[in-house]
Ligand binder design. Sequence first.
Ligand SMILES: Nc1ncnc2c1ncn2[C@@H]1O[C@H](COP(=O)(O)OP(=O)(O)OP(=O)(O)O)[C@@H](O)[C@H]1O
Ligand SMILES: O=C(O)[C@H](O)COP(=O)(O)O
Length: 394
Amino acid sequence: MASATAPTSLSLLKITVSSSSASRSRAAVLPFSYSGLRSSSSSGLRSLAFSTADSLTIRSLSSSSSSRAKSHRGLVVSAVKKSVGDLSAADLKGKKVFVRADLNVPLDDNQNITDDTRIRAAIPTIKHLMQNGAKVILSSHLGRPKGVTLKFSLAPLVPRLSELLGIEVVKAEDCIGPEVEKAVAALPEGGVLLLENVRFYKEEEKNEPEFAKKLASIADLFVNDAFGTAHRAHASTEGVTKFLKPSVAGFLLQKELDYLVGAISSPKRPFAAIVGGSKVSSKIGVIESLLEKCDILLLGGGMIFTFYKAQGLSVGSSLVEEDKLDLATSLMAKAKEKGVSLLLPTDVVIADKFAPDANSQIVPASAIPDGWMGLDIGPDSIKTSTKPWRLPKL
Ligand SMILES: Nc1ncnc2c1ncn2[C@@H]1O[C@H](COP(=O)(O)OP(=O)(O)OP(=O)(O)O)[C@@H](O)[C@H]1O
Ligand SMILES: O=C(O)[C@H](O)COP(=O)(O)O
C-alpha cells in the first residue's frame, strides 16, 4: 500500500500539512482508482498519472475506511429558468426575438465550415420560434476579432443555416444601425435574419450598456441559447437582458443547465470534475464552486503550469499567470481544507515554441527543461482520466 512517503510526484509538491478529520473522512469516498497508488510501485504517481496537490489526501485514502462523511456540499441547485419552450404562439407570433447563439464554428482557410455541430445545436430553438410565427434575429460571435475582420465574418454560415432551417436566411452586414433596423422591418413572421459578428464591436466584450441597448432596440424579447459563451457577461449575452423582457433560455442552454444541475445537485459519489483552459484567472469562480461540491478535481490545459510553478516546479517558458501564483496556492490549500483531491497531471506535452511546426516531446511534469513550454496534459494522464475503471463514474 502506498504511503505518503512513496516517491510519487507528490514528493515534488512542497506542501506540508497536518492531518484533519475533514480530509480523512472526505478522502474515504475515493476508493478508486488510486489503484496506481495501491499498487505500491515506487512510481505510484506515475501510474496514477495525476498527482494530488495534497499528499495528505493520499495517505488518508489508503488509511481511512470510514464511510463517506455526510456531505457538507449538498448544495441543491434548482433550475427554474424560463425557457423558450414555455413560450407559445400567443407569446411569439409577430414578435421580434433576439436570439444569441454560439455559432463560433471552425472554418478552414477557404472559409469552409469544418464542423457544424454548433450550428446544428442552435436549430431546435430557431425552428421553435419560426414555427410560432416569431421574427428571428440571430446573433453570434466568431473567433476573437479585433475590430471588423473579414475572416471572422458570419457570412460563410448562411448556406448551412439556410439548409438546416429550410428557408433562406438573410444576412445583415452589421449587428446594429439603420441597415439592420431596415432588415428587421422587412423580416416576415417565421423569417431569420443573421446579424454580423457581434464582436466586431469592442463594446460587446466590454458589455457596454449603450451597445447592449442598441442590440436590444431591434427586438421585443431575448432568447439566450449560447451555451458555449454563457460564462461570459457580454453585451449580447448579459447586457441585453437589462432591456428585453422576457429573457429566456433556448433549448440548448436549458438542456445543458438541466444536465449540469442534475449532475451537481445530486451527484453520484465520488464526484469528479475536470477543468481545463489556459487561464486560472477566468476559472476561479468555477473552481471555487466545484471545491464545494466535488470529491476529485482534475486540472488540465494551460492553467496547470501556474499550479506547478506555485508548487515550486520549474516550468520552462510555459504559460504562467505570475500574478495568480498565490491564488493557485490558495486554491490548493482550500482543496486540502475541504478534503477534495485536487489532481494535476504527472506528464505533459512540451514544445520548443507555440507553433504548428514546433518540436514536441512528452516529459514528467517535474522535468520541463528550460526553453521549453508545457502545452497540455500528457498521454499517461489522458489515459487515466478517460479510463472508467480508474476514475469514478461521472
Ligand atoms: N499551454 C498553453 N501555452 C500557451 N498558450 C496557450 C496554452 N493553452 C492555450 N493557449 C492560448 O490560449 C488560448 C485560449 O486557450 P483555451 O481556449 O484553451 O483557454 P481558455 O482558458 O478556455 O480561454 P479563455 O479563458 O481565454 O477563454 C489559445 O487559443 C491559445 O492561444
Ligand atoms: O469557442 C468557445 O469556447 C466559445 O465560442 C466562446 O469563445 P470565446 O472563448 O472566444 O469567448
